[in-house]
Design a binder for this molecule. Structure first.
Ligand SMILES: Cc1cc2nc3c(=O)[nH]c(=O)nc-3n(C[C@H](O)[C@H](O)[C@H](O)COP(=O)(O)OP(=O)(O)OC[C@H]3O[C@@H](n4cnc5c(N)ncnc54)[C@H](O)[C@@H]3O)c2cc1C
Length: 539
């Protein structure tokens, strides 16, 4: 039977309160005084929020008494195929630092391997009732279902659970029109300092929980680590932000499309935002401060361009929050009538960076080695596999997810579908990698760095080595496709499909559900400046 509870003098239905809290992702039984007495410890469940600064679930747990910081390597998440060894390594580095930070404050991090509900089941046997604090995860259907299972488990036990929004994303958003308000409230919200001291008395804990960080050796995590690139952790995240806001931002717009130079002039915050080593809110507020302090209009322009990306970050994550199925379902089903054939040989050539087209090969090999690519190169490799080669977007989306160290499902699957042209409401862009190379890597520095077979090719041929009078260098293949011809055909197919009544109808519905409400930008007829070409790709 449902029991009534009292909140601020108003009689309420406890079950109702719980359900509302689950729906909107906020308080669950939190203010029930009886439960407050029973639950002596708060389990803080770390997921993609591996930090202590601006971490509300942790800070609020500390005010309530003992805390048990917990990270769980779940087989259903880590063996699902979209996350890989490089993500695990980054998470391990982040967890090591998190444990150090917690230790300094009187607590320790606990790690476990297993499904979260099984771990909770073990915990209750040792702890009795406990509270659970976490950030909302705006992820794939897989993690979405996992979170529902956890909420339902807590609800079944009648234990209090509280979740906080992690980004400027609103759970249960009724209409896209309301997104902006939620975003602004989030980014301008108060920052939460890291707790100074923590009480972590927890009594005896189940054997599945290990104090400190344990390697998830029993899990079969696919993929490979990075060879050179970014390391996880809150300290590295803050250092990266600082170095960007102090100096690196000055080349932001100028170099954003250059595959090589952008590695230094872009913020490089993406893996830290994706794994939560730094919050979007903190990043936003530090950038606003830097804009206020910057001396020239030029500097302000660079920083404002960066700030707009933080908005896009949340814009796209709102999309997966509203419709997690975009991970596997084509946003505009009319586009499922094409790309019916599969060419495994061409696909493997693309994936391994052996297409015979220098910029594509350099980008894919860079990704294997470092886990990062600038936006334009990502758009180009995706366009190549889905448009030039006319292959379905689903497999490349998962293979790229495994390779991007900053894999963030909301951004990733939206961008994949946009670049493959399957939303139906974005401009169809099909890149010519030879022209991209001539425009953005004219001397071939990027190509030479990642495709050693081409190191000695003269600048004039670096993007088209098949035109070398002496023939291709040893070990480098001929192009697997005539790009100009294939792109022409792709353009014809995609544009005619985009204009069909079925595609237009579905596109209208999708635009209404997910499109940006920044009308003035989208409808602008002015030729975009180089940096703002990305805006075309964004709606
Ligand atoms: C096919 C494809 C897949 C992508 N997958 C991911 C992904 O899994 N994770 C990811 O973080 N980004 C993804 N992006 C977006 C973008 O390429 C990266 O965010 C950016 O290159 C990361 O480098 P940075 O942090 O130096 O970016 P900066 O230019 O410094 O931008 C700062 C932050 O803004 C956000 N951001 C930047 N560009 C975009 C964008 N176009 N859309 C949404 N948010 C943006 C990111 O959080 C980024 O860290 C993808 C783009 C494409 C075309």
């Amino acid at each position: 039977m449902k029991k009534p509870g009292i909140i601020k003098g108003v009689q309420i239905d406890e079950q109702d309160l719980f359900n509302k809290a689950c729906d909107t992702g906020h308080e669950v039984n939190e203010r029930d005084p009886r439960k407050e007495l029973e639950a002596v410890i708060t389990v803080v469940w770390f997921k993609r929020d591996l930090r202590i600064y601006d971490h509300r679930p942790l800070a609020e747990a500390v005010t309530k008494g003992s805390v048990l910081p917990l990270f769980v390597f779940e087989p259903s998440v880590w063996e699902a195929g979209d996350v890989s060894v490089r993500h695990k390594d980054f998470v391990m580095e982040s967890l090591q630092e998190l444990d150090e930070q917690l230790s300094k404050r009187g607590a320790r991090l606990y790690t476990a391997i297993g499904e979260m509900t099984d771990i909770l089941q073990e915990l209750v046997l040792h702890l009795g009732p406990f509270r659970l604090h976490a950030h909302e995860e705006n992820g794939t259907p897989n993690t979405f279902r996992r979170d529902i299972a956890v909420r339902s488990w807590m609800k079944g036990k009648g234990f209090p659970m509280k979740e906080w929004p992690h980004f400027g994303v609103t759970r249960g958003l009724k209409t896209r029109d309301a997104f902006q308000k939620g975003y602004e409230a989030y980014v301008s919200g108060e920052l939460t300092p890291a707790p100074e001291r923590m009480d972590s008395r927890s009594g005896q804990l189940p054997a599945c929980l290990k104090q400190g960080v344990q390697e998830p050796l029993t899990l079969k995590i696919p993929g490979e680590g990075i060879q050179t690139g970014q390391k996880g952790g809150e300290r590295a995240a803050h250092g990266t932000l600082r170095s960007f806001l102090d100096a690196r931002y000055k080349g932001y717009q100028l170099k954003i499309s250059k595959p090589y130079a952008s590695a230094d002039s872009c913020s490089r915050l993406s893996p830290y935002l994706a794994w939560g080593n730094v919050s979007v809110r903190y990043t936003y507020q530090e950038t606003v401060k830097a804009i206020q302090q910057s001396a020239s209009g030029f500097e302000q322009q660079q920083l404002s361009a960066f700030l707009s990306r933080l908005h896009w970050h949340c814009h796209f994550i709102q999309r997966i929050e509203d419709e997690p199925e975009i991970v596997t379902r084509t946003m505009n089903p009319a586009f499922d009538t094409i790309r019916q054939d599969w060419d495994e040989q061409a696909y493997q050539a693309w994936l391994q960076g052996k297409t015979g087209i220098p910029l594509i090969d350099a980008a894919m090999r860079c990704l294997h080695e470092t886990g990062w690519l600038n936006f334009r190169s990502r758009a180009m490799v995706l366009s190549f596999v889905c448009n030039t080669l006319m292959l379905d977007w689903r497999r490349p989306s998962v293979d790229l997810a495994r390779l991007f160290l900053d894999y963030e499902p909301g951004i990733h699957y939206s961008q994949v579908q946009m670049q493959a042209g399957t939303t139906g409401f974005n401009t169809i862009r099909i890149y010519n990698p030879v022209k991209q190379g001539q425009d953005h890597d004219a001397k071939g520095a990027f190509v030479r760095r990642f495709v050693p077979e081409l190191r000695t090719v003269p600048d004039a041929f670096i993007q088209e080595p098949w035109k070398l009078p002496a023939g291709l260098p040893d070990g480098y293949p001929s192009p697997i496709v005539d790009v100009a011809k294939a792109n022409g055909e792709a353009r014809r197919i995609l544009w005619s499909l985009k204009q069909s009544p079925e595609a237009r109808e579905a596109a209208g519905a999708q635009l209404n559900k997910h499109g940006s409400r920044k009308e003035s930008r989208r409808r602008s007829t002015k030729k975009p400046r180089q940096d703002f070409e990305q805006l075309d790709l964004f709606s």
